[in-house]
Design a protein around this ligand. Structure first.
Ligand code: SF4
Length: 421
């Protein structure tokens, strides 16, 4: 706070608002380094504190880590979504920035190299159109008045006039519309003022604009980083199978860049309609792993979870798939095609490609995989190389699972999300 006061010349009222509205924005996972260790340079010989009020670290599609000012325009809200700390019946301190305040904070932070961009969301004040107008006005002023070249991610209000959403896309790099919950029934029960149909229509209109821009490069700029969404996990009884199938449909129907999963976090004086406890910490992480397998490895949601139920917590989804499909293993890495190589536990997409390249000159040996830094403990039971075959390839899947299950002590390794911006 003192830093904001002395370096940025922020008045105490702005700092107090920033405290409330940055804290309220932390529940949004769609730009996140949630769970990353907090680092502070105060009193140490180091740079790069990650604890600045409202600053979050995110990854762009090309892998760069960028810092974003992540705030709400306001946490006042006329809606009463049961899982949300900002719902109108929630007894939390409220604040509201003006358009000018957000613009000034963003440009001040940006000019001092404190941030690379802005992630802006908002509770709904007066009406969806009025709120959206304010969000658009901020992006417009940043771009047109201040020539702001940084990254802008705007949360869009699904009920807002489509013309406002279109305008938002002209100024923002990324737009996102939250799907909120995995099923329409849950949205109806826990967010009665929202309609899944309206949310999907907003996503569809963004997709249409993105498609038009892709087909006609001379069309006006529109959200070059595409659109994403967020789903809350654990606020209702929906299982991971339904969540993954919903995500799969969203990816294919609306060409989303990412579906973010945000573990429900109980809030003081939660209504009785939502659980008192958060879901297990690893559940969100396993969903991200499964989502990545669907987006990048060619898995279908139904392969990872053929029936109803949740993903295993003790092993990752690719290992779980391999253990229930032993008919494919041990797999000869000198013969399998690239997509099957990438399905071997411990071999990622990049190493699958390296193996294919190496095979063009000679047969792949066990030491080659170690040199590529494949996860040898994981892949040993599943591969055959020119000089290696597992000694006990008939060992049961249950025994392998017991050997390979992650120990509870390791859980702390996994909370960090690999969110992109
Ligand atoms: S509309 Fe958004 S901010 Fe308002 S209660 Fe619902 S989730 Fe929370």
């Amino acid at each position: 706070m003192l830093y904001l006061y002395t370096v940025f010349g922020c008045d105490m009222e702005t700092i107090a608002k920033l405290d409330i509205l940055a804290d309220a924005a932390k529940y949004d996972a769609s730009c996140a380094s949630s769970g990353a260790p907090k680092r502070s340079s105060i009193g140490k010989a180091g740079m790069g504190a990650t604890t600045g009020t409202g600053i979050c670290h995110s990854y762009t599609p090309d892998g760069r880590c960028i810092s974003l000012l992540k705030i709400l325009l306001t946490n006042f809200c006329v809606y009463d979504c049961q899982y949300c700390v900002n719902r109108r019946s929630s007894n939390v301190p409220r604040a509201r920035f003006s358009v000018e305040e957000v613009v000034r904070l963003t440009t001040d932070f940006y000019l001092r190299n404190y941030i690379d961009g802005l992630f802006l969301s908002s509770g709904i004040i007066q009406s969806p159109d009025y709120t959206m107008e304010q969000l658009v006005a901020i992006a417009q002023q940043l771009r047109e008045v201040h020539q702001f070249r940084g990254y802008i991610h705007l949360k869009t209000i699904p009920d807002a006039d489509p013309r406002l959403i279109e305008l938002a896309g002209r100024y923002a790099d990324r737009l996102s519309v939250n799907i909120e919950l995995p099923t329409a029934a849950s949205v109806e029960r826990l967010a009665p003022e929202k309609k899944v149909q309206t949310i999907k229509l907003a996503m569809a209109s963004i997709r249409r604009r993105l498609d038009e821009k892709a087909e006609e490069p001379r069309a006006p700029k529109f959200a070059p980083s595409g659109q994403s969404t967020q789903m809350i996990v654990g606020a209702d009884a929906t299982d991971d199978s339904t969540i993954l199938h919903t995500a799969e449909t969203l990816y294919s129907s609306y060409r989303l860049k990412r579906v973010y999963y945000s573990a429900f976090s109980p809030i003081p004086q939660s209504p009785k309609t939502v659980p008192l406890k958060p879901p297990p910490m690893l559940r969100e992480h396993r969903l991200y792993q499964a989502d990545f397998l669907v987006r990048s490895y060619g898995f279908e949601a139904g392969e990872l979870l053929p029936g109803s139920g949740n993903l295993a917590l003790d092993i990752d989804p690719k290992l779980a798939w391999a253990l229930s499909h032993r008919e494919h293993f041990p797999m000869d890495v000198n013969r399998a095609d690239r997509s099957m190589l990438a399905r071997i536990p411990g071999i990622g997409l990049r190493n699958a490609e390296r193996i294919v390249q190496l095979r063009m000159s000679r047969r792949v040996r066990y030491a080659d995989l170690a040199r590529m830094r494949c996860s040898m403990d994981k892949l040993k039971p599943f591969i055959v190389t020119a000089d290696y075959r597992p000694a006990h390839d008939t060992i049961s899947s249950e025994s392998l699972r017991r050997q390979m299950a992650e120990k509870p002590a390791q859980l702390d390794l996994f909370p960090a999300l690999s969110g992109d911006a």
